[in-house]
Design a protein around this ligand. Structure first.
Ligand SMILES: NC(=O)c1ccc[n+]([C@@H]2O[C@H](COP(=O)([O-])OP(=O)(O)OC[C@H]3O[C@@H](n4cnc5c(N)ncnc54)[C@H](O)[C@@H]3O)[C@@H](O)[C@H]2O)c1
Length: 312
């Protein structure tokens, strides 16, 4: 299979690429390294990585037109500066429109997209959130632009799959609390935790399902989530345990920020129906592997689309 992967140096993109290459697929990837690490994927005979932005329509159309992929896995997204509305709008709206249009032009068989649970807003009407919950991407440039992007994917007329995601973590994770906890604890610095709860899911568990979708399983919108949440404090404790710290600063407990949802639980039943039961890796195993990765490769990022979180 020939697969075009946007955001190929990111957490999800590079992990999907690893799996595709391991089965013998041919991959063309694009990344501008806004948040992706250069060392996440290395060029090799069946993998080509182009340093470019999906915002450039001619580049995108030229690459897809020449490569003629069977499937496009569109993971590229902008989120690292919550005040940079222009970059979010360019990458997430214009870039996604470019991808959708090119897939249509060149008759790509499948287009796979990744959406934030913030598309439902920070005060969802139900828990777990079902797929019929109204879209309400308020309060966040990231959520607004990702939701516009999702609409362009649907507008393309290409057979599409959207995975609306829980918190995806694992080695190469540059956003959210995990890299920040590791980085601060490694320096003996105090962290803060909010009372929020989240569903942390291993990136390789997601990648297996994405490859099934690339093969033709499923169509339309899915929640990729275990359906179970843990307190952020539990994630902190798992990092402490994986780092084998005997002495560490007790974290400060802070109230939830204004755009911080107390919990985000996504109802995964349609995913399990169409893709089968997903085996979710336990949190302590995910964190142990991620901490080992940070020890070997260092931490980059600690990016967040929220304004309230601590920076490394
Ligand atoms: N990780 C999560 O918890 C999570 C949750 C919800 C949704 N998502 C979505 O999943 C997808 C993958 O996220 P991730 O966690 O792998 O993030 P990531 O930051 O690791 O990867 C995104 C990649 O896109 C690249 N990129 C950004 N702008 C680009 C541009 N204009 N042109 C080309 N490449 C560009 C970045 O450099 C990076 O390599 C994104 O679409 C994101 O919105 C992720």
């Amino acid at each position: 299979m020939k697969v075009f992967v946007t955001g190929g140096s990111g957490l999800v993109g590079s992990t999907v690429i690893d799996l595709l290459l391991s089965r013998g697929d041919e991959v063309l990837a694009i990344d501008n390294f806004a948040t992706g690490r250069r060392d996440n994927i290395k060029p090799q005979p069946r993998l080509q990585l182009i340093e470019e932005s999906i915002v450039h329509e001619r580049v995108v159309d030229g690459l897809i037109g020449d490569f003629r992929p069977d499937v496009v896995v569109h993971t590229a997204a902008s989120y690292k500066n919550p005040d940079d509305w222009q970059e979010d709008a360019l990458t997430n709206c214009v870039g996604s429109a470019n991808i959708a249009r090119s897939c249509k032009n060149h008759k790509v068989a499948r287009l796979i997209y990744f959406q934030t649970a913030l598309c439902y807003g920070t005060k969802p009407l139900e828990q777990p959130i079902t797929l019929t919950h109204p879209l309400n991407p308020v309060n966040s440039s990231y959520a607004i632009s990702k939701t516009a992007g999702e609409h362009y994917i649907q507008l393309s007329g290409v057979d599409w799959v959207t995975f609306r995601l829980a918190n995806i973590v694992g080695p190469r994770n540059v956003s959210g609390p995990l890299p920040i906890f590791f980085d601060r604890l490694a320096q003996g610095k105090r962290c803060f935790v909010t009372e929020a709860r989240r569903d942390f899911v291993f990136v390789r568990d997601l990648a297996r399902t994405v490859v099934m979708a690339a093969n033709g399983t499923g169509t339309g919108t899915y929640h990729f989530s275990s359906g179970r949440d843990v307190a952020i404090r539990e994630l902190y404790d798992a990092v402490v345990q994986a780092m084998q710290l005997n002495h560490y600063p007790e974290p400060e407990i802070r109230p939830l920020g204004p755009d911080d949802a107390p919990t985000i639980l996504l109802d995964p039943s349609r995913t399990f129906r169409d893709f089968g039961e997903v085996e979710f890796t336990p949190l302590d195993e995910i964190v142990a592997e991620t901490v080992a990765y940070y020890r070997q490769h260092g931490v980059q990022g600690g990016y967040t689309h929220l304004r309230t979180e601590q920076k490394p």
